[in-house]
Write a protein of this length. Structure first.
Length: 83
């Protein structure tokens, strides 16, 4: 299996599979409520003009996360799907 990297390090257009969610308490619960769970595919849509937050597409909806929050999510690139 490929090495995990933090979600905030990916570039727009890249698709990845969530492998681990770090953090605890309210933040972790919030991730689960938003559908950010292990095994889910996430697409990096675009960065805000100043670079933060970043827009993601997961489970049929768009989601904006701060880079600080996205750093808590580990993913592996999904090389099998393009864009």
């Amino acid at each position: 299996m490929a090495d995990s990297i933090q979600l905030h390090l990916l570039q727009p257009g890249q698709r990845a599979i969530i492998t681990r969610i770090n953090g605890a308490g309210a933040l972790r619960r919030r991730f689960v409520e938003m559908g950010i769970i292990k095994g889910e595919t996430i697409l990096i849509e675009r960065n805000a003009p100043m670079g933060d937050p970043v827009e993601y597409f997961i489970k049929g909806y768009h989601l904006a996360l701060r880079k600080e929050e996205a750093a808590q999510i580990e993913v592996v690139l999904n090389e099998g799907e393009n864009g």
